[in-house]
Design a binder for this molecule. Structure first.
Ligand code: SF4
Ligand code: SF4
Length: 468
């Protein structure tokens, strides 16, 4: 790893406020990729709840009714496996990407980074670039300063509110969040239940507090991923790094010159000024670095200006930088993650393909499972729960597979169920004692959709022991 400089600039000396980091916004190859990634993900987050599929919200985690819709797929609490598997796949993908490309998630895709970036842009739009923002922080209050602050707070609040309503609409549905109104004292206000008001308050507050005040504190001190990522790093992980041997001794110089006693770092501090976490990349790899590559782009711009080759700060690996060896891109750790992901994704894909969107559960009547009827037959009672897991209404028919002489007794010819609906149906099975050959006879309950598309079954037992 690059050695830290002996006469380095203390991190916050470049920030006159010593309280708040006001990064300078920079442009460059990696910043353009970052912006594309950030705005693409942001647009996805905002647009997805408005997309319809088959007449309803395509992605809708309808917690109150416990139906989770993802386009053509409806999941129920019983399908917890898929939800757990999804999180495992996401986690292992993140681990694999981290082993290969370091904290690329933090710099290019993390919601915290995206929202902080947006909130800082509001400050830039209202106050101006970095120097103006630093001056603004320390100047005494005036009417103009208060007006600007109020404008910033108002825009931040609106952004937090939009974030919260989008977030909650994934759970409550856009139709309900934006379409339910009532009048209170002559003013229209949303007609929401308490849990939505509470959720809106929590998400608005959390977004505002995180993006307006917590900012890099969240990444440095709270986010667990930032803490344990170093465990995943190896000598071949991509990191943004300063080439210490090339840059040192650093120092200012006349334009167009390169004094023999100095390295390539012209001590412009631009790499520190653009850093959103306020660190100096020249001090080596630090836990605060979210690998956003802003310092890399800023330094390349400086190198272009002074006529030195680019890459004083660059994406590299420890093996390349310190051991002067070629990085190994194909390594056992990556293959292990790939193998694990392939197995997980295959299992989920197979389970999804095999999944029947129809469920049957059978419970014996707890009060009196077995009794005799007026004809002397032994009768067992059950409650059959049928769940239509499709996204369409359907009619279902119940039958049994049982030895000859066992008869299903039900008043239901068919069970009409709406999409996602369940129904508990009491049924009985009667059998003449002569046909019963064992104390517990297995009975299979079958449920089939009338159109013949779906079939599900469950086996229970018929007991011949009379319960009182
Ligand atoms: S931007 Fe480059 S040249 Fe300027 S201080 Fe940082 S490392 Fe040195
Ligand atoms: S040191 Fe460079 S890559 Fe790391 S957070 Fe700061 S600007 Fe981004």
């Amino acid at each position: 790893m690059s050695a830290p400089s002996a006469n380095r600039i203390p991190v916050h000396d470049v920030d006159a406020t010593k309280k708040r980091i006001h990064p300078r916004f920079t442009d460059g190859f990696y910043q353009r990729i970052r912006l594309f990634s950030m705005y693409f993900l942001l647009a996805l987050f905002l647009i997805l709840p408005w997309i319809k599929y088959d007449g309803r919200q395509a992605i809708w985690f309808d917690v109150p009714s416990q139906h989770y819709y993802i386009f053509g797929l409806t999941l129920f609490p019983q399908d917890f496996f898929f939800i757990a598997a999804f999180f495992m796949i996401a986690a292992f993908t993140l681990f694999m990407v981290t082993v290969y490309a370091g904290r690329v998630w933090c710099g290019y895709a993390c919601p915290q980074t995206i929202w902080v970036h947006l909130f800082q842009h509001v400050e830039k739009w209202v106050i101006g670039d970095r120097n103006k923002r630093i001056k603004f922080d320390i100047e005494p209050n005036s009417a103009s300063k208060i007006a600007k602050k109020l404008l910033i707070y108002f825009i931040w609040f609106l952004m937090a509110l939009i974030t919260a309503s989008t977030f909650v609409s994934y759970v409550a549905g856009t139709k309900f969040i934006y379409g339910s109104w009532q009048t209170l004292g002559g003013f229209p206000i949303p007609d929401w239940p308490t849990w939505i008001w509470v959720s809106m308050f929590i998400f608005t507050f959390a977004t505002y507090a995180n993006a307006a005040y917590m900012r890099e504190f969240m990444c440095i001190h709270i986010c667990p991923y930032g803490r344990f990522q170093s465990v995943m790093f190896d000598k071949d992980t991509l990191i943004v790094s300063y080439n210490y041997n090339r840059g040192e001794p650093r120092g200012a110089r006349k334009k167009g010159t390169h004094p023999d006693n100095l390295g390539d770092c012209v001590e412009c501090t631009m790499c520190v000024q653009v850093c959103p976490t306020g660190i100096d990349i020249r001090d080596g790899l630090q836990v605060e670095c979210i690998q956003c590559a802003a310092c890399l782009d800023a330094c390349n711009e400086i190198m272009d200006k002074v006529g030195y080759p680019r890459g004083l700060i660059r994406y590299t690996t420890e093996r390349q930088l310190v051991e002067k060896e070629k990085s190994r891109y194909l390594r056992p750790k990556l293959f292990a993650y790939l193998l694990l992901l392939t197995v997980l994704i295959s299992v989920v894909a197979y389970s999804l393909i095999e999944r029947v969107p129809l469920q049957i559960d059978v419970r014996g009547d707890r009060n009196q499972l077995s009794s005799t009827n007026t004809e002397g037959q032994i009768v067992n009672s059950y409650v059959i729960k049928v769940t239509n897991k499709t996204q369409k209404s359907n009619d279902y028919v119940l039958t049994i597979t049982a030895p000859k002489g066992f008869n299903l007794m039900t008043r239901f010819k068919s069970i009409p169920l709406d999409a996602g609906e369940s129904y508990d149906m009491p049924v009985s099975i009667a059998a003449d004692p002569k046909v019963i050959t064992q104390s517990e006879t297995p009975i299979t309950f079958n449920v089939d959709s009338k159109d013949g598309s779906y079939h599900a079954s469950k086996t229970n037992v018929f007991t011949s022991q009379i319960t009182k």
